[in-house]
Design a protein around this ligand. Sequence first.
Ligand code: NI
Length: 390
Amino acid sequence: MRIVPEIADQHAEMTGWRRDIHAHPELGFQENRTADMVAAKLESFGIEVHRGVGKTGLVGVLKQGNSARSIGLRADMDALPILEENGFDHASRNKGVMHACGHDGHTTMLLGAAKYLAATRRFDGTVNFIFQPAEEGLGGALAMLEDGLFDRFPCDSIFGMHNRPRLPVGRFAVRSGPMMAGGAFFDIDITGKGAHGARPETGIDTLLVGVQIASTLQTIVSRNVPPLQTAVLSITQFHAGDAYNVIPQHARLSGTVRAFSKEVMAMVEANMRRIAESTAAAFGASARVDFRVNFAPTINDPEQAAFAASICDGLVGADRVDREPPLIMASEDFSFMLEQRPGCYINIGNGDGDGACEVHNPAYDFNDESLPLGASFFARAVEAKLAPAG
Ligand code: NI
């Protein structure tokens, strides 16, 4: 591996930062201690800091030379509402909150790159270090965009990184085009007519209507989504009724949809509305659909993906960079930033031994062995994109 030597020298220091963040996890939009720590570090490196971009989010700006070129590097800072089961010294001291997705590592890798870039300045242009809050479904990326992220901090291209358990340390996965699914949550409220359980003829049975809707919705993926494209529709909640002898007046179905294009997501939504409303009407009931898209599909710009892969090649060798990893059905809100600027989201190996535990598991931990490599990716991406003329 060709880790940036100055960053290799920061390994112990970065491990300390990462474990400190891990021990003090904070949920989305509550990353106050984390943001304080990141801001203090950036300022100590001589980087200009802008707080309150997307509530607890912040941006560090490092300018060098006269070039108008710019690049954005993004890390997420939030933790999850999970009770940590690990017994090591840096385990969570905030009971019920845990860095179970490695955002502690992502934040540290970007800080490590910031320290190196501020010290060496072998580039010409502006680097924006984007520390995003609330990635775990709470809208942190959108909050930063609504606060004018790219108007205030122009970025010609943007890059982000997520660790991947079971991918060995020292490997990257970089995919051009769609990479992770977009995600939506939905609620379907059904209203029939409540009645005595012994006198169904006087009511309209919302439970029966709900069952019909639930089973018919499963025809959308099999019959409406083109077979060479893909989507998931899972009904995960069905709430109705409180008594043995009452036919309930109301019922609610809820769940999630995942798809790799906005077109497929919109098509699933349109079919869901038609099926729910018309199936309910067939029984004399009514249904109201609330469909909320929380994540856009994560789609990497082909040119920026090729660039990112070439940086990875330079660090670990082309045979350790997977250019055709499988599509990921989970979602990521960096997608909303990628809708506005060309860029690429990559995966870095978290290890097939110690780092193999899946994310969102109470035994997960970010693998500190990956810290210098991830920071080196960000550093080399800047030095290549903003290479000084001549
Ligand atoms: Ni994550």
